[in-house]
Write a new protein. Sequence first.
Length: 255
Amino acid sequence: MSNKVLIITGMHRSGTSLVSQYLSECGLHVGDNLLTFDSVNPESAYNGHHEDKDFFDFHVQILAKKRIYSFPTNEFRVPINVRKSDREKAVELIKSRAHLPQWGWKDPRTTLFLNMWDEVIENPKYLFLYREPLLVLDSILRRGTDKSILQKPIIGLRAWKVFNKQIIRFWNQNKEKSIILNIDNITQNPEMMLDDLKKKLDIHLNKVPFEKVYSKKAIKEQTSEVLDNFKKKYPREINSSIQIYNQLQELSENN
């Protein structure tokens, strides 16, 4: 009997760290070698990235070799095509966790590699997370660690579109093994997510108080004044991102 693999992904700053941490508390194995405050900027994490360093390094190294930024703004290079040697490394990563009956990993960059992972894993399951585009951009700017976006914020919004278009594309082709959720709905009703994982994806986890990992102060519900000028400058870009967001909302309602 094969083990169960849950891939947790979505655009950066969309709640993937929070959800990964919570599902870990609920019993999902998300890695033994997780990124810590020693390995990343502490301002860039929600109480720690909760990312398996092996998968993080795998994605980062391929993107670097292909000279693709972690916040790609162009769709023509995604989903990422990988070399045979990299595909073999991916297979080895999966084999090294074959002893685990139920496990997963979280990395936003996985969104750019969905086709490859779907080919090398036997019957993978997917949990896609999304968040309002301007709230994501606001979070990236307040974090202050991504210099190119600080200099040119439109990069962040365009990357949001690339990531979430990939999610929509993949979900439409693989909806039977995928769940897509708005992080706001999860913070309001985390048990709903656990129930969805159990009923649709056969991922059985323990119910743990969400307050163990979540603070309402951590995820803002309104953008800050830092985006006031941006909203005036890029109305068309914002409108097109809202259209994508509305598509995500419709898909989420039909999980």
